[in-house]
Design a protein around this ligand. Structure first.
Ligand code: GLA
Length: 398
């Protein structure tokens, strides 16, 4: 039923495919993971708190510099067939000029060119982060691309004089916001770049402060079960924009820089000063920030099993107040809980994608089977199930 996810040989595959395609080895291979967010959803663009961990699934980028100033990118899917985007002069890359999957690596090249850090390159992409599952495959791709292009410029992260991982996350965000045109926050890039093995990353998005909080579910007899609902909702992008715009309007009306500035003690007063349609958004953001802080306290105290209720309250708030859940996510969460999960919630932006459930490890298979049965009963396509442990962040492999 469930399998533990493993990194597999993604970097080696990227290197081999590169050599096949270009007739020579790449200069190097860099990779970056997808993520789940344990809790703290739709808080990042409100200057709030998030608590993600990196998945063992990664996107790898094999790269070599080109002398003609062109940016050439090829992706190799599971079927082994390469898809090649038309090589473009780096100087000619402009926002909205590239569409589809190639926009993500191209945007990173565009940002780094403006920083004076890249020129032409051949990139070959391979990976095993499930695409469209809300597990940040596009951010893994962008982060791995950033590391590869920096690597070709002789810049390896964590060495003296190198940009910090947070600076790289900010570049990736600029690429996504200004080149690809999606107004996302800093959660996913920071998770992919800054997470470490065996820990969840407590990030204060406003200050940029980070704490690696140990997260050893196995030692507590638990597993994090990831349920990829396979629902891919097309209104996700516009729904995300609307929520974000609503939060910004509420902050404006309340006279604060961001909703982060409303603490739980100020919530009732804030709600009374807002038009009805903005109240649920604000209630979600304020209570969610509070739930992240409480989850961190429990984890610091080694009380991992006690975060279950916070996960479930987060889901209820995202479903009823923020309204970014969907039928498949609710079925996953409800079925997992009814079957014995300590808590469960959608993870990521919502409107489809994945849910997570905190489950006793000896009940993992039964809970997974019951989730599958709940989907089958409603004639929904079977979800993908795997368990995940906090895994290493982005880096150079070869
Ligand atoms: C998406 C975005 C993130 C964040 C989440 C919701 O994953 O990329 O920046 O806003 O949604 O928490």
């Amino acid at each position: 039923m469930t399998g533990a996810a493993t990194a597999g040989g993604v970097p080696a595959r990227a290197a081999n495919e590169f050599a096949k395609l270009h007739g020579q080895s790449p200069t190097g291979v860099w990779s970056a993971p997808g993520r789940v967010n344990l809790i703290g959803e739709h808080t990042d663009y409100n200057d709030g708190f998030v608590l993600p961990f990196a998945l063992p699934f990664r996107i790898a980028v094999a790269a070599r510099a080109r002398t003609d100033g062109r940016f050439a990118v090829t992706t190799v899917g599971d079927d082994g067939r390469p898809q090649r985007a038309e090589p473009v002069p780096v100087e000619a890359l402009e926002p909205a000029g590239v569409t589809g999957w190639a926009a993500y690596p191209s945007g990173v090249s565009w940002v780094l060119r403006h920083e004076g850090l890249t020129s032409g390159a051949d990139l070959l992409i391979a990976g095993d982060v499930p695409a469209g599952a809300g597990l940040s495959s596009s951010h893994a791709l962008q982060c791995a691309t950033a590391l590869a292009l920096l690597g070709l410029a002789g810049i390896e992260l964590d060495r003296p004089g190198a940009p910090s991982r947070s600076e790289v996350a900010a570049w990736v965000q600029r690429s996504e916001n200004d080149f690809v045109g999606v107004p996302t926050g800093l959660l996913d890039q920071t998770a992919s770049l800054c997470c470490v093995e065996s820990c969840v990353l407590f990030l204060d998005v406003r200050s940029g402060e980070m704490e690696q909080v140990p997260f050893d579910a196995a030692a507590a007899g638990l597993d994090v079960l990831v349920i990829d609902t396979r629902a891919r909702h097309s209104h996700g992008d516009s729904g995300y924009r609307e929520r974000r715009a609503g939060c910004e309007r509420a902050a404006d009306l309340l006279g604060v820089p961001a909703l982060r500035d409303i603490g739980s003690s100020g919530l009732d007063d804030a709600l009374s000063r807002l038009p009805e349609e903005l109240r649920p958004l604000v209630r979600h953001v304020v209570t969610e920030n509070d739930r992240v802080l409480r989850a961190v306290e429990l984890l610091r105290a080694g009380r991992l099993a006690d975060i279950g209720d916070l996960l479930t309250s987060s889901h209820v708030s995202l479903r009823d107040d923020y309204r970014v859940s969907c039928l498949e996510l609710d079925v996953a969460v409800d079925a997992a809980r009814a079957a014995g999960a300590l808590g469960a919630r959608m993870t990521g932006g919502g409107f489809g994608g994945s849910a997570i459930a905190l489950v006793p490890d000896e009940e993992r298979d039964t809970i997974g089977d019951k989730v599958l049965a709940a989907f089958a009963e409603r004639s929904l396509p079977a979800p993908g199930l795997f368990t995940a442990v906090p895994s290493p962040g982005a880096g150079r492999d070869i």
